[in-house]
Write a protein that binds this ligand. Sequence first.
Ligand code: SF4
Length: 357
Amino acid sequence: MVDTLDRLDQLVDKSLRREAPTREEALALLRPDDFDVFDVVAAAFRVRRHFFGRRVKLNTLINLKSGLCPEDCSYCSQRLGSGSDILKYSWISPAEAAATAGQAVRAGAKRVCLVASGRGPGERDIRRVGETIGAIKGEHPEVEVCVCLGLLTEGQAERLREAGAHAYNHNLNTSAERYADICSTHTFADRVDTVRRAAAGGLSPCSGAIVGMGESDDDIVDMAFALRELDPDSVPVNFLIPMEGTPLAGTWELTPERCLRVLALFRFCFPDVEVRLSGGREIHLRSLQPLALHLANSVFLGDYLTSEGQPGADDRQMIADAGFTVEGAAERTLPQARHDLVAVRRRGAGTELPPNT
Ligand code: SF4
């Protein structure tokens, strides 16, 4: 029988070759009976360190338009009929967004994520967001701008790209199987379609997950594998913030250990992709947050869309205390060879292995 540490070593070796775990390997990472959580963290950290060193990329969220969404995503405090006591406002001006972005950039943020509630943007919204991108890039040309406006229609990704957007975020959130349990106004297929449109339109695809919504281990693995098929450049992993006034209020099912196992699973599934520690990290990982930096190479700085996050100074202190460094604007995030499709031949003539014929 293979020792548990040998099994993790094998998983690390696969990951360093950018191979995905098998379904059984992925499930085992989530099961306390299979592996001790700290062995899992140590193994996944080897993958993280190989591709990203000890760098941590900082990102910030700006909610351009808050609340009053016609969609009914059950985890969201901005949803249709939400009873959450959140800020509600229509589009903030490009100048206000640029001022907020500037503050985050000066605090170390390398990416600014512009988010607006709603099913998807109309033409005026695309124009307005284009002006906002222009205002931000005018002051900080080096900053990466990611846009998150919901479902995209034909040609909108291209227009955002032309306006200076670098990336588009649209999370899959949960597995295809249970998507209808968390939302009735759009489908998993709609979400997949938008991620594909964003990539086809020249935007760097960002798509991730929310865990802690009653999903099983199989759901988490299904979601991770579905995301891998979309070949995202960035994968945010959120832990449900069970806001009062939403259908998932009172859903507190995550433990720090569970969060670490999920992050490790995503690291093994996305070895050379930006895995981002996202919403809910403070309340679910609590004192184990620094360990999550051994798995994720990217983190949100500051507040979330409708709830407050840890103070930025505490984040920067945590990063330094844990022996990590904030990634600079001039440093690459993704490994150089990520999209290199050339594989050096290691089979056939001159080797012990049969040819690929
Ligand atoms: S997640 Fe987005 S689409 Fe869903 S309810 Fe919230 S703001 Fe609307």
